[in-house]
Design a binder for this molecule. Structure first.
Ligand code: VGL
Ligand code: ZN
Length: 212
């Protein structure tokens, strides 16, 4: 793979590098912390960087505890099947804060998602009802972005849904695989790559973009 130099029209989306998805967090992604130095290095190569932050109300509909159920059970909601999670990324909590070593002072926008009590949002573009946009597509378009690189946590949920919706919104999208880590629950990682590949999401390594 030839090295791709970030240029005008490119942006990097750094998905959910938050304490609750890292070691000791409420929904720790295996080896999640490992993305932090890679993401920091990637970010330095982009003129436009966007952060996302999972940001739920207490008692959010995606929490197992809200339904008296166990994490990783699935329930039917008006907008479709919802996998249930431990309480995580409650707005304003330490768990919802960015990892303390995430160092992206140049980030120009933070997209918070999942803040409607009755609707989850893995994707940075569209809530789980598939109807409520976050505004990110418009923001990127107004900023002249055509190509979006995605990294962060977790590969098989918020990264994948963001990448897929980025394609549906008309952007060229690449996922920087080694700058992501997965939850990999019930085959979710393989399915996520199938979905992404089918929609033309390109799979890259950080070394394709920046020197190690
Ligand atoms: C995520 C599960 C629940 C993620 C967020 O960031 O991938 N996963 N909420
Ligand atoms: Zn969440």
């Amino acid at each position: 793979m030839t090295e791709i130099s970030p240029r005008d029209g490119d942006a990097l989306a750094i998905v959910d590098v938050q304490n609750d998805f890292c070691a000791g967090g409420a929904l720790a992604v295996p080896d999640g912390d490992a993305v932090v130095p890679i993401v920091n290095r990637l970010a330095s190569a982009f003129a436009l960087t966007v952060l996302t932050q999972d940001w739920h109300t207490p008692g959010h509909i995606s929490f197992a505890s809200t339904h008296g159920r166990e994490p990783f059970d699935t329930i039917a909601l008006p907008y479709g099947a919802q996998l249930l999670w431990p309480d995580h990324c409650v707005m304003g909590s330490d768990g919802a804060a960015f990892h303390p070593e995430l160092a992206v002072p140049t980030a120009q926008m933070v997209v918070r998602k999942g803040f409607h009590p009755q609707v989850d949002s893995y994707s940075a573009f569209m809530e789980a009802d598939r109807r409520t946009p976050t505004g990110l597509a418009g923001y990127l378009r107004e900023r002249g972005v055509t190509r979006l690189f995605v990294c962060g946590l977790a590969t098989d949920f918020c990264v994948a849904w963001t990448a897929v919706d980025g394609r549906k919104a008309g952007f060229d999208v690449a996922v920087v695989e080694d700058a992501c880590r997965a939850i990999d629950q019930g085959g979710s990682l393989a399915k996520a790559w199938d979905d992404m590949t089918r929609l033309g999401v390109v799979r890259l390594g950080a070394g394709d973009l920046v020197a190690a």
